[in-house]
Design a protein. Structure first.
Length: 324
């Protein structure tokens, strides 16, 4: 986007001091805490009122609806799961869904909506046009790094949008992340890069699970296999991270199987109009679909290893292992 395509909304007269975060899951809660640590006045909304209230006890304000929160902030950060929830947050009818009250109509002209969800790039580009038409700036800003990095303010953010949006929201992005990539001046580019990242992440998790399953089926002790592979050329970040969950027998969902059913589905959807083949992505998607259909959709994405027959997986340890 540039100034010739859309008239620039009137800028607020002071730097942003109030930030809102919608969605206090594993990522959003850590991001909200990082903003609070950085000195921002932070308001939050989550469908789980108790989670929002707990956050507010240590500083900040919990709001009953996305609309009420939006009316009070200069920068609103959305950390919900998918495009349907983004739509509900921004344009909900107030009937009690994610967006009860509808945030878009309550955001002040010149404020910024920062969209951190993984969505179809075309959806993100269309969303920018809808918001800019009402005077609200927009940043396409998907995130990567996991819950631990969200909590420490060390995320990677893949962003795109207009310079006015960056001017207002830049300090907010910096407080939540170690690296902010500025990929262009129009929405959709950040989401395109995130789609590529999710292709690799999903394929690597599926491959890691397949490799570990083969080793276990072949009689190699799981701990020994993990030790060797994590010090060999075949290692990957996903193998090292996710197979540690398998060794601990801990499938607490830091990122659930169903997230990759969605995200790899988006990968395939993005390639289809280009008639671009993605054979590894398609296979990995089927593996996560099989896991979800087997009742594992709510478990950690490492639970995709459970689709392999004839293997005895490590039992749960007495103390759950935290993600590094």
């Amino acid at each position: 986007m540039n100034d010739q395509e859309h008239p620039a909304p009137t800028a607020p007269t002071a730097p942003p001091t109030r930030v809102g975060v919608i969605g206090l899951g594993a990522m959003g809660l850590g991001m909200a805490r990082s903003l609070r640590t950085a000195g921002f006045s932070v308001g939050v909304h989550d469908l789980r009122a108790d989670v929002a209230a707990e956050f507010a006890r240590d500083g900040g304000t919990a709001y009953a609806s996305a609309g009420e929160l939006a009316a009070e902030v200069d920068v609103l950060v959305g950390v919900v799961v998918n495009a349907a929830q983004v739509e509900a947050v921004l344009f909900g009818d107030g009937a009690g869904g994610e967006g009860a009250g509808g945030a878009a109509e309550r955001l002040r002209p010149g404020s910024v909506y920062v969209m951190c969800s993984t969505v179809d790039p075309a959806f993100s580009a269309a969303l920018e046009k809808r918001l800019v038409a009402s005077g609200v700036r927009y940043l396409d800003a998907p995130i990567s790094g996991g819950a631990a990095r969200a909590a420490s303010g060390e995320l990677t953010m893949m962003t795109s949008g207009g310079p006015e949006a960056y001017a207002l929201a830049g300090p907010v992005l910096d407080a939540m992340s170690a690296t902010v990539y500025r990929l262009g001046d129009r929405a959709g580019l950040g989401s395109k890069v995130k789609i590529v990242n999710q292709l690799l992440a999903g394929v690597h998790i599926a491959a890691a699970a397949e490799a570990m399953a083969l080793g276990i089926r072949s009689g190699v002790p799981a701990e020994a296999l993990y030790e060797v592979i994590t010090h060999s050329a075949g290692n990957s970040w996903m193998f090292e991270n996710r197979m540690a969950h398998v060794l601990a027998g801990d499938y607490t969902p830091l990122s659930a199987v169903d997230i990759f059913v969605k995200d790899l589905g988006l990968v395939l959807d993005a390639a289809r109009p280009e008639k671009f083949p993605l054979p590894l992505s398609a296979t990995a998607h089927q593996m996560f679909l099989q896991a979800s259909a087997s009742g594992l959709g709510g478990e950690d994405d490492s639970a995709v290893i459970k689709i392999f027959p004839g293997i005895e997986l490590p039992a749960a340890k007495t103390a759950p292992q935290e993600e590094n």
